[in-house]
Ligand binder design. Structure first.
Ligand code: PMP
Length: 424
């Protein structure tokens, strides 16, 4: 029954029933974790053949001895494959170490210290801001918070960030220097940026050194038959007359091994030269042996797509299960809404305003760890206290079922408490 149309007495008796159910949940002594978007061990197993590569075959197809120093841009063959998958082209794509997050961090620090190719002074010379589509990825917000960059929320819609909101903010504020964005199967909503929204973002009047951090972490992580083709975002930036506006990131963290993958950075020739100049001070080159074992294992872009099909077989049932439990347990109550992603690693659950922290605390006391309240917002401040990020991939499916059923009980109980508070 719809909780919003319940009388106070009905709400009280529903809450009392839910409390009993919750006490049973607590008594079960669970220890379950839905916090982070990690691949499950069965997904990692898919890439185990890589553990015995490259063996003695340590030369790349183009003849590079991967054991030695050098090649700061990474192996040409890996740049080719991921230039295709990220829609950026090999020439404008470099293959790095194991973490795209590090590249995001580094370009931010380089700009703070030296300015970008279009800056007339370092970003740190005066207070600057980043636009943050919300809900978004906590580690993005962690980088900007760490360096004192003010974060400004903009709504994330199913086709991408609210461009009108971005336009209004950018129009008269040259201190806005950047924008976080996960363009495909966004973390945590699963939303994908449309070509129209991308073109409009690229064309917006903004500071010359405004940068969109196009973090395409889930470019090939589809749960449906028709995966979206990557937007040729660097070409679109050229067409919009802002060739240096976009920094593209990606990695194989959720393709092969989350802790031992290969990261990619792609951008205009000028931005790449800028990046490589500073990068060369900290490394003589990336781990090319790891890049080569990826190449030998994945072979080409179709090899990556086929490998992603195997991931899909393992994780699609987990997403279906979570959505089914949400519908069965929360559908009628109208106290929650959630996204139905076609890819990526997350489901974004919105409970009624003021009930997210309560739901998360209830779950914690019942032994179910959920991502901390507010995490999907800058400064961990969810202005409505309603968003909860669900990460279905890591737990085995039976644990996931138990955890999600528990989360549903906590969400319902939390909602009755909030609604009753409102009647006081
Ligand atoms: N970007 C997004 C949007 C992510 O969700 C994640 C992983 N949770 C990362 C980046 C991290 O990528 P990497 O392992 O390449 O640092």
């Amino acid at each position: 029954m719809n909780f919003h149309s319940m009388s106070v007495d009905e709400l009280r008796s529903t809450r009392d029933d839910l409390r009993k159910r919750y006490e049973t949940l607590q008594a079960a002594g669970l220890n379950l974790d839905l916090t982070r978007g990690k691949p499950g061990p069965d997904q990692l197993d898919l890439s185990n053949p890589m553990l015995s590569l490259p063996g003695d075959d340590y030369r790349s197809p183009s003849g590079v001895d991967t054991r030695n120093y050098g090649g700061v841009s990474g192996l040409a063959e890996m740049r080719e494959i991921f230039g295709e998958l990220l829609g950026t082209g090999a020439d404008r794509t470099v293959a790095l170490g194991n973490a795209s997050l590090q590249a995001m961090h580094d370009v931010t620090v380089y700009a703070l210290l030296h300015g970008t190719v279009d800056s007339d002074k370092p970003w740190s010379a005066e207070p600057i801001k980043f636009l943050c589509p919300v809900p978004g990825y906590d580690r993005h917000f962690g980088i900007t918070e760490l360096y004192g960059i003010e974060m400004v929320n903009v709504p994330m819609n199913p086709d991408g960030p609210d461009v009108d909101a971005c336009a209004a903010l950018l129009a008269d504020d040259p201190s806005i220097k950047g924008m976080w964005l996960v363009p495909t199967y966004s973390n945590p909503t699963g939303y994908t940026v449309s070509e129209d929204v991308a073109r409009r973002l690229l064309a917006l009047p903004a500071a010359p050194d405004f940068r969109i951090y196009w973090d395409n972490a889930y470019a090939v992580h589809t749960l449906v038959d028709e995966a979206p083709a990557p937007l040729p975002i660097l070409d679109l930036a050229d067409e919009a007359g802002h060739p240096n506006r976009v920094y593209v990131f990606g990695s194989t963290s959720k393709i092969t091994f989350a802790g031992a993958g290969v990261a990619f950075f792609a951008s205009s020739a000028a931005n790449l030269a800028w990046f490589t100049k500073y990068q060369s001070a900290s490394t003589i080159g990336p781990d090319k042996v790891n890049q080569l074992r990826h190449l030998q294992f994945l072979k080409d872009a179709d090899g990556v797509r086929a490998h992603m099909d195997r991931h899909r077989e393992l994780i699609a049932p987990k997403f279906e299960l979570v959505l089914q439990i949400l519908e069965e347990r929360l559908g009628d109550s109208k106290i929650a809404s959630w996204t139905t992603p076609e890819g990526g690693y997350f489901i974004s659950l919105d409970v009624i305003d003021g009930a997210a922290a309560r739901t998360i605390a209830l779950a914690k006391d019942a032994g179910i760890a959920l991502t901390a309240a507010g995490s999907t917002y800058p400064y961990k401040k969810d202005p409505h206290d309603r968003n909860i990020r669900l990460a279905p991939t890591f737990p085995p499916i039976d644990e996931l079922r138990t955890a999600m059923d528990g989360v549903a009980t906590c969400a319902l109980l939390g909602a009755t408490e909030v609604l009753l508070d409102g009647h006081r």
